[in-house]
Design a binder for this molecule. Structure first.
Ligand SMILES: Cc1cc2nc3c(=O)[nH]c(=O)nc-3n(C[C@H](O)[C@H](O)[C@H](O)COP(=O)(O)O)c2cc1C
Length: 206
């Protein structure tokens, strides 16, 4: 079993990475491989709504990690997205990344347990956390919870390491993710996946 963890900060080894590393370490204690992928600090294009991905399953823009991560997420059993809090929201580059990772490509992600993790200096964690969870709850991905909303506090990795409760929340999240992944694994072959009804888009037109 493996979990894909996206570090959505421009800082490769910053606060978000520190939180994700705590999750990854505990997942590995449960025998689950944890792969942290950094989105990098280069520009990430937003979705241009061209719809080409509907035919190809990939984004037309191939100069950032989005297409690679589509493949990694299809192969993963679980998914965790981490972001620094920017103005009470996830990092804009990460939102661009996730829009293109999910738009018209999310069917193979269904039933993979997922969670969001955010890092902030002081405030806005809940709003950023809620925004990230929207990707999962529109994609039939079970959301894994912890003992509190998944945030750490700090402006530097050293400060995050002083947030004992925040790191405990990360470890509990990993425990809960591991437990759910193992439950799903046991159920394979005996409990069928839900059968989806055909989509009935109404677009608010009467
Ligand atoms: C553009 C920008 C906006 C930010 N907005 C907030 C904010 O709204 N609330 C907050 O507590 N911290 C804010 N911060 C601080 C970061 O969220 C915080 O330092 C975070 O832990 C950094 O994570 P990283 O090291 O993984 O990048 C902001 C930082 C930047 C660069």
């Amino acid at each position: 079993m493996n979990v894909l963890l996206i570090n959505g900060s421009p800082h490769k080894h910053g606060c978000t990475y520190t939180a994700l590393s705590e999750v990854a370490g505990r997942l590995e204690e449960h025998g689950i491989a944890a792969n942290i992928v950094h989105i990098g600090a280069k520009a990430i294009r937003g979705c241009i709504a061209c719809g080409r991905c509907q035919a190809t399953g990939l984004c037309v823009f191939d100069d950032d990690p989005v297409n690679e991560c589509i493949g990694l997420l299809k192969q993963a059993d679980g998914f965790i997205v981490g972001s620094p809090v920017y103005y009470a929201a996830p990092n804009g580059g990460l939102c661009a990344f996730l829009d293109r990772l999910f738009f018209m490509k999310s069917a193979p992600y269904a039933y993979k347990p997922a969670a969001a993790v955010v890092s902030c200096r002081r405030g806005g964690a809940s709003a950023a956390f809620d925004r990230l969870n929207k990707y999962f709850t529109i994609s039939c991905m079970p959301v894994v919870s912890s003992q509190y909303w998944n945030s750490v506090h700090g402006n530097t990795p050293e400060e995050v390491r002083q947030d004992a409760e925040g790191l405990q929340i990360m470890r509990t999240l990993a425990d809960n993710m591991a437990w759910l992944l193992k439950c799903i694994d046991v159920a394979k072959g005996s409990v069928p996946y839900p059968v989806r009804e055909p989509w009935t888009p109404t677009n608010f037109i009467r």
